[in-house]
Ligand binder design. Structure first.
Ligand SMILES: Nc1ncnc2c1ncn2[C@@H]1O[C@H](COP(=O)(O)OP(=O)(O)OP(=O)(O)O)[C@@H](O)[C@H]1O
Ligand SMILES: [Mg+2]
Length: 225
């Protein structure tokens, strides 16, 4: 198995006023291509912070992260944006869809931002919308969709650029169990079909159990399932 992600001795703290909050210290783990890692842990333990650091949305105080052999510390701010768009996909707990754009436009957005051409982007977005069961909703706006449908749009948007790593922060936290499982079934299908790699922050032990590894942030241990 080839190595995809290396998180090496990463530490993060926040300074508010006179107080320093140590979120985590010397955290290390690795992920191979095609693997799914679940991150669990109580509220406030630093799961989103870690995901944001791996997703180049936040920087650690110390330590190094390497994705596909590229060291994050070697990237300028501009290079980080390009790298994020090209290699990483995000699904947040609240989908963050753009309300004034349709389903197909939302899905195509990362592709359009990367400057790859409109026609190809929309073609790809349409195929992905169909794959997540929203082929009949292409011209709908997010406000016209159910929560599960919105989250499926978010998944399609996150993978439109064929990311090397998909990052999901409690993607089903807002959904009923049946809808949540449906969204995740699709993501696990991508694992089988495209050898997708993914990190999922979740409180749902059924989802965590379907992953290859579970990283429990209470104990700061990485265990195989
Ligand atoms: N910008 C910030 N400034 C100061 N403290 C912060 C900031 N962001 C997060 N924190 C603190 O860092 C800790 C970790 O936050 P984080 O959002 O990563 O937790 P989490 O594990 O994702 O929690 P939840 O399960 O509730 O989403 C929390 O105690 C939080 O209050
Ligand atoms: Mg969080």
């Amino acid at each position: 198995m080839s190595k995809l992600l290396k998180v090496e001795s990463v530490s993060k703290s926040y300074k508010t006023g006179q107080k320093i909050l140590r979120v985590f210290d010397n955290l290390s783990f690795e992920l191979n291509k095609g693997e799914f890692l679940a991150i669990t842990g109580v509220s406030g333990v630093g799961k989103s912070t870690l995901l944001n650091i791996v997703g180049l949305l936040d920087t650690p105080d110390s330590g190094e992260i390497e994705l596909n052999g590229v060291r994050y510390s070697s990237l300028s701010e501009d290079e980080k944006s390009v790298f994020r768009n090209k290699h990483l996909g995000f699904v947040f707990q609240f989908h963050h869809l753009l309300p004034e754009f349709t389903v197909v436009e939302n899905i195509a957005m990362p592709y359009l931002i990367s400057g790859e051409g409109f026609d190809k982007g929309f073609e790809k977005a349409k195929k992905l919308a169909e794959a997540v069961g929203l082929g009949e909703r292409l011209e709908h706006y997010p406000s016209m969709l159910s929560g599960g449908e919105q989250q499926r749009v978010a998944v399609a948007r996150a993978i439109v650029n064929n990311p090397d790593l998909l990052l999901m922060d409690e993607p089903t936290g807002n959904l009923d169990p049946k809808t949540g499982n449906m969204v995740m079934d699709y993501v696990f299908q991508l694992k089988e079909a495209y050898n997708l790699s993914c990190i999922i922050v979740t409180h749902n032990m059924e989802i965590a159990g379907r992953c290859d590894k579970i990283f429990s942030m209470e104990t700061l241990e990485c265990t195989d399932v």
